[in-house]
Design a protein around this ligand. Structure first.
Ligand SMILES: C[S@@+](CC[C@H](N)C(=O)[O-])C[C@H]1O[C@@H](n2cnc3c(N)ncnc32)[C@H](O)[C@@H]1O
Length: 328
């Protein structure tokens, strides 16, 4: 799929980057998903160096930090500088470092912070409830703000820009592959028709295009589902989320972990889960902690419906196989 290329984001040591949205950070509303299961799988104790590759509002990190005291170190990464502003209010102290970077660039972050490797790594994919609720960023279909959807607005093109030039075929592929949307083709065609009259700039413009592409037989409540899937698909495409994950699983996350260390990944989409499942199948690299992925309990889903599609997979990094010299 022809999408514009992006350069690697540059990690900033210890300093949450200033957001290009000049806002005062509010307390995060995001509820950490599978928190108990994550902490168990990470098997935490004092003295560990733990990386939270997607620190978000710091929900998981705060609990991790408590469990690795007094000697542990937490390194939190996020592509979104605004989320790092939230995190800096809850993940504090000299035993934590917050960096504006993708987990894909973890080896570089560790080098810059002068750490050899991590003992534990957590990656909790997707977006946080705080990003979804932000009316100025276009992640949610019930907001009316500009359709941006980038985690990092200094990188790549916004969703509105993508919608302004992608062909109908490219858009249909995005909606079908990343959103599993059955009306991907008519929605893509409607977007291309609509943008000839006026550009699709806001979340409400896109909702209007999706709505007019759907058959009249689809009932009012059910019309929200295609919008949810199209918005998710666009976010995955704009941020190249699967590319970051695939590259990280093959290289950066494996390289950055000490042998015997643990990697825990929480996914929200079947394509993400497939990549993790496939990577963990390599028995020369990983020993899986569970036979099947862990899922939220009915009680967790009741309290936090956004957790319903979550899956957690965890594995221990095996020591590299050494080829011994043949006896003379
Ligand atoms: C589900 S939220 C994490 C929530 C966090 N675990 C908590 O409990 O508050 C996912 C976060 O990952 C960030 N993110 C997405 N892709 C990323 C990447 N490749 N590298 C670093 N952060 C990323 C998003 O900006 C978002 O803040």
């Amino acid at each position: 799929m022809a999408l514009p290329s992006k350069s690697a984001s540059h990690p900033r040591r210890d300093s949450p980057a200033k957001s290009s949205f000049s806002k005062t950070p509010l307390a995060a509303i995001h509820i950490p998903v599978l928190l108990r299961e994550t902490l168990e799988a990470l098997d935490l104790h004092s003295g560990l160096t733990v990386v939270d590759g997607t620190v978000g509002g710091g929900g998981h990190s705060r609990k991790i930090l408590e469990r690795i005291q007094p000697d542990g170190i937490l390194i939190g990464l996020d592509r979104d500088p605004l989320m790092l502003q939230h995190t800096a209010t809850v993940v504090t102290g000299e035993r934590s470092h917050l960096c504006h970077a993708s987990y894909r660039d973890l080896p570089k972050v560790l080098r810059e912070l002068q750490f050899e490797a991590a003992d534990r790594i957590l990656v909790d994919l997707g977006l946080s409830s705080d990003q979804l609720a932000d009316r100025e960023r276009g992640f949610g279909f019930s907001t009316s703000g500009p359709l941006d959807m980038r985690f990092d607005v200094s990188q790549g093109e916004s969703a509105a820009e993508l919608l302004s030039h992608a062909t109908s075929e490219q858009l249909a592929t995005i909606f079908h592959e990343f959103g599993e949307e059955r009306f991907s083709r008519p929605i893509a065609e409607q977007i291309v028709t609509q943008r000839r009259g006026s550009p699709i700039r806001t979340a409400s413009d896109l909702v209007a295009a999706i709505d007019s592409a759907l058959p009249a037989s689809i009932k009012r409540e059910a019309r929200k589902e295609p919008a949810t899937r199209v918005f998710q698909a666009l976010r995955i495409a704009v941020n190249r989320e699967l590319e970051h994950l695939e590259h990280a699983l093959k290289n950066s996350l494996y390289e950055s972990l000490r042998p015997g260390g643990r990697l825990v990944v929480i996914t929200f989409h079947s394509l993400e889960d497939r990549l993790v499942k496939h990577a963990f199948r390599d028995e020369t690299r990983w020993q899986c902690l569970h036979k099947k992925p862990m899922a939220p309990s009915p009680q967790e889903i009741r309290i936090n419906p956004r957790s319903r599609s979550a899956k957690l997979r965890a594995a221990i990094k095996l020591p590299p196989i050494t080829v011994s010299a043949s006896p003379k």
